[in-house]
Structure formats: structure tokens, C-alpha cells
Design a protein around this ligand. Structure first.
Ligand code: C2E
Ligand code: MG
Ligand code: MG
Length: 358
């Protein structure tokens, strides 16, 4: 740093550098690059080398254009952008501000969405291939009927719900509503074994004992049995806290609840976890299913995942099936269940009886 600059620890692992008399953004960027360079040198602690990753947010302003608080806020926004994009640094621009505002607004609305009953569940059938293609399971997919924005898809608000912890009460509602709805269909369209409700569970919901309690009350209030409920969880969610996840899964399993490893193939696809985690289904990620018939390697991979699942005593589910050709591939490979637009899109509950009556 130059003599007139200030370096301060802001809190935790965040540091602030105040550069005065900066002529141009390029000058600030050069300093950011120098800081990143010098932090690339490993630190030696107890004879071992440690590396730190640095993300820098740059914000420019004068005492006339921005208050100190605004400069800090904007630097923080740019820093998070740098982190998200795995970049060394990012310079704040007003677009970022707009996006942050949009996000804040969404976050505020999300707080009220539960009270205002703006959430809805859509349902997508999963078909069992060996049993004359009957609907065996139904996945509940969350939608947000926003008063101004219309139907908001989960990818747009679940990450925010996770960050704010709102995922817990939202997930509680999803469990309750999905179990209630599927019980109604079980009674109206009885079959053996009864229809299974599949509910997605995010990392933030894997908390002990909240998830146990929430699942327990959803079963109790709806009257469906544990074996009629399957939870879909991604590998990364389970691996965030392996100990808690395993305990939770084992306790829930005692109620007869089953588990699907969602989006398998898109993340770690660790075979050792597949063996150790108490899961029942492997959902082969859409991206592989889409490549069936296009890329011969996809067929090899999908077939390998299916036979691996079978040899571990698990069932394989093909998701994102969009064509007859993909369906035929999966059928030939011995895939147990399939799901996708080719069979049925996710629909509001009132449209589901068409599939169930078939
Ligand atoms: P997911 O659990 O992997 O769900 C499958 C997604 O693929 C759904 O998107 C579904 O609409 C879509 N899909 C199904 N078949 C096809 C197909 O043939 N082609 C294509 N292109 N897409 C297909 P959706 O509903 O937007 O949900 C996205 C993700 O949001 C879900 O991925 C899940 O991770 C999460 N999610 C949805 N509902 C909930 C919920 O109630 N709780 C939690 N925690 N997460 C949820
Ligand atoms: Mg799912
Ligand atoms: Mg999936």
C-alpha cells in the first residue's frame, strides 16, 4: 500500500482497502491485481503450505457522489460477484445495483409469500416401465404465484430461500401439501402399491431434528404411510454435512420413507457415496438422457449408471425424457422409472386425474 492508503480488517475474513486519489478505474484494478498476485504465494504454517483464494470487489466514488456506506455496500456487491464468478476481482457497475435491488425485493416478497398463500405445487408423474407404464409416483414441484411477476419457477427463488433460511418453513408447507394431495389421489385411484409422493428437499432443510418433525407431522396430518413418501435430495446437499444427513436418512428410513439421489451424474457422482448413503433411487440427470441417441458415450454412461444402481439394489429413474427415442433407450437398458415432458409435463393438481385415470 502507499503511505496515504488505508488497510483495515472489516470482520471475519473480509478486509477493506481505501485508495485515495485514484485517477481512473484502471488504477484501482491494478492495485487489485497486485493484491491477488501477492496472496498467491502460499503461507507456511507448521511446515505445511496453505493457499488462500482472494476475491476483490472494487467500487469507485468521491465524497460528493457516494457516502462511505454506499462505497462499502457497492464494493461488497462487486466482491460477491467476483466470488460467484470465481474471478479475482470485479468492478461495481450500476447494473449490479439493479440486480441487487431486484433480489432484495424478491427476498422481501418471499417472506410474505407463505402468509399470503402464494405457493402452489405442480405435479409430474413418474411411470414404472415394467408394469405397463402405469403412474407409480408423483413428484411435487414448487411454483410461486407472484402477484406482479406471475408464475415464478423454483430455480429463481429456492436459492434465495436457502440463503435466508426460509426454505425450512417453505419446505414444511411443501411436505404437508404434497402428502395431503397424494393421499386424496390414493383414495380416489387405489392401486397396489399405493401412489408415492416425491418431495424435493434442499440442503438447508437437512437439519436435525426439524426435518424429522416436519415429515412426521406431514404423514400424521395427511394419513399417508411412510412408504408412500420419497424424498429427492442432491449429492451436494447430502455431502454438506454427511454426519447429519446420514443420521436423518436412517431415522426417516425407519418410518419407511425412501430416498432418491437427484440429478445423479451432474455433480460429484461419487460411487463411494452411492454405496454408503442409504438411498433407494438414483435419478439420472436430464443432461445424459438428452444425449441418448446423439452421443454414443451418453448411452454407455447411462447404461453403466443403471447397472451400477441395480447391483447396489437401487432403482434407476430417468428424468427429463423428451422423446420416444430416449424412452426406448431407457426401456432397453432396464431403467425402472421414467419421467419427462414426453410422458407428461408438470401440471397443476386439477389436471392430474387424466393421468391417474389411465
Ligand atoms: P428437480 O428435482 O431435478 O426437478 C426436475 C426439473 O426438471 C423440474 O423443473 C421439472 O419441471 C423439469 N423437467 C421435468 N421433465 C422435464 C423434461 O422432459 N424436460 C425438461 N427440460 N425439464 C423437465 P422445475 O419444476 O423448474 O424445478 C427445478 C428444481 O427446483 C428441481 O429440480 C428441484 O431441485 C427444485 N425444486 C422444485 N420444487 C422444489 C421444492 O418443493 N423444494 C425444494 N427444496 N426444491 C424444489
Ligand atoms: Mg427432483
Ligand atoms: Mg432432477
Amino acid at each position: 500500500m502507499r503511505f496515504e492508503d488505508t488497510l483495515a480488517r472489516f470482520g471475519g475474513d473480509e478486509f477493506t482497502v481505501l485508495l485515495e486519489d485514484v485517477e481512473s478505474p484502471q488504477e484501482a484494478v491494478r492495485v487489485a491485481e497486485r493484491i491477488v498476485e501477492s496472496l498467491k504465494v502460499p503461507f507456511v504454517v507448521d511446515g505445511r503450505e496453505f493457499f488462500v483464494r482472494t476475491s476483490i470487489g472494487v467500487s469507485l466514488g468521491t465524497s460528493r457522489t457516494k457516502s462511505p456506506q454506499e462505497i462499502l455496500r457497492d464494493a461488497d456487491t462487486a466482491m460477491y460477484r467476483a466470488k460467484d464468478e470465481a474471478a479475482d476481482y470485479r468492478v461495481f457497475d450500476s447494473d449490479m445495483h439493479e440486480r441487487v435491488l431486484g433480489r432484495l425485493e424478491l427476498e422481501n416478497d418471499l417472506w410474505r409469500a407463505l402468509e399470503r398463500e402464494e405457493f402452489r405445487l405442480f405435479y409430474q408423474p413418474k411411470v414404472r416401465l415394467k408394469e405397463e407404464d402405469t403412474v407409480a409416483e408423483i413428484e411435487a414441484l414448487l411454483r410461486w404465484q407472484h402477484p406482479q411477476r406471475g408464475l415464478v419457477m423454483p430455480d429463481e427463488f429456492i436459492p434465495i430461500a436457502e440463503e435466508t433460511g426460509l426454505i425450512v418453513p417453505i419446505g414444511r408447507w411443501v411436505l404437508k401439501e404434497a402428502c395431503r394431495q397424494v393421499k386424496e389421489w390414493q383414495d380416489r385411484y387405489p392401486k397396489a402399491p399405493p401412489l408415492v409422493a416425491c418431495v424435493n428437499v434442499a440442503a438447508g432443510q437437512l437439519r436435525y431434528p426439524d426435518l424429522l418433525n416436519d415429515v412426521g407431522s406431514a404423514l400424521w396430518e395427511s394419513g399417508i404411510e411412510g412408504r408412500s413418501l420419497a424424498l429427492e435430495i442432491t449429492e451436494s446437499a447430502l455431502l454438506k454435512d454427511m454426519q447429519t444427513s446420514t443420521t436423518l436418512l436412517e431415522e426417516l428410513r425407519r418410518e419407511g420413507i425412501r430416498f432418491a439421489l437427484d440429478d445423479f451424474g451432474s455433480e460429484y457422482s461419487s460411487l463411494s457415496y452411492l454405496m454408503r448413503l442409504p438411498v433407494d433411487f438414483v435419478k439420472i440427470d436430464k443432461s445424459f438422457v438428452w444425449d441418448l441417441g446423439e452421443d454414443p458415450r451418453a448411452a454407455i454412461l447411462v447404461e453403466a449408471i443403471i447397472s451400477l444402481a441395480h447391483s447396489l439394489g437401487l432403482e434407476a429413474v430417468g428424468e427429463g425424457v423428451e422423446s420416444a427415442e430416449q424412452l426406448e433407450y431407457l426401456r432397453r437398458m432396464g431403467c425402472d422409472l421414467v419421467q419427462g415432458y414426453h410422458l407428461a409435463r408438470p401440471v397443476p393438481p386439477e389436471d392430474m386425474p387424466v393421468f391417474l385415470a389411465k
